[in-house]
Ligand binder design. Sequence first.
Ligand code: DCP
Ligand code: MG
Ligand code: MN
Length: 336
Amino acid sequence: CAQSSKNPKANVNKYITDKLEEMVKAYESTNDKWRALGYQKAIGTLRKHPKEISSWEEAKSLPGIGARLADKIWEIAQSGELRKLKEFESSEELQVLKLFTNVWGAGPHTAQLWYQQGFRTIADLQQKANLNHQQKVGVRLYDDFLNRMPREEVAEIETMVKDAAESIQLGIIAQTCGSYRRGKPTCGDVDILITHPDGKSHRNVFHKLLAKLKENGFLTDDLVSAEETGNQKKYMGVCKLPGENRKHRRIDIIVVPFNEYGCALVYFTGSAHFNRSLRHLCKKQNMSLNEHALKYGVVRKGAEKIHEGTIIPTPTEESVFKTLNVPFRPPEERDH
Ligand code: DCP
Ligand code: MG
Ligand code: MN
């Protein structure tokens, strides 16, 4: 979590809940929401249980745990394994659904649909499926996208984009965020955040930069050519460095106004898990945080916001942490 607080009660049945989590994932990918939910509830109950499960009856006595779930729990408690999970993981359906949900632009629903239509391989999709633009790119570049790239390659990509951006607008800031900024040895994609200290020149950059990077063949395919959220613009696409033996790589380019730079930097540096725990901290202090701003005086009723709150200026990353009353964490320590 974001705030290294007193350790809450440890989950003494973690070896059991870990296996049940796997079952949830399996049922989610076959779109079996009811079974997934049943397992999810059992996991919640087990996490709160203060002692190790030592009998079938003990498991059965817990709220929301029936005879069949108790069987599973007791099997794991005794053998450390769950036959049903092994069966599941080796089933053709699950293997194929995993393959298909890894296609960029396909979710669990689409994967299920393709499975029902009788498709089993990426080649099947390429030849027979009715694909939208994103899925066509995802299928064509399937192998390249599954490969994470070494951080040295991210640095080369960053240089390409930075040089192009600087040639368009003097004084532009182009900062690579995501897993690269967190110091990871390999990265799934490249996340580049762009802004300008004068508060206005960033506006000219987005389209000119993309045009320039397409002209020289660096950007090869668009996935989302321009997504606007408030004053931010996001591009999602594919790039390839010049030269032999280069792979296609996923790239995200986000242009933000300078007054949103602090919050955008925190958001796009992540991790996604770390961002969730920051937002959780916000709730407890009637604040809210997203890629645009940090606000105070937020009034919530359940999940709904009754009052949007007021923006607190946070020009730097440090100021975001400070306002949230959490000690600053360098990017390398933001994986949880
Ligand atoms: N992000 C988030 N919530 C999401 C997706 C993304 O908060 N559901 C934020 C945090 C991520 C950042 O955006 O760190 C970049 O997203 P990526 O999907 O590129 O994730 P990473 O760069 O962290 O990892 P990877 O190496 O897989 O790209
Ligand atoms: Mg990334
Ligand atoms: Mn990304």
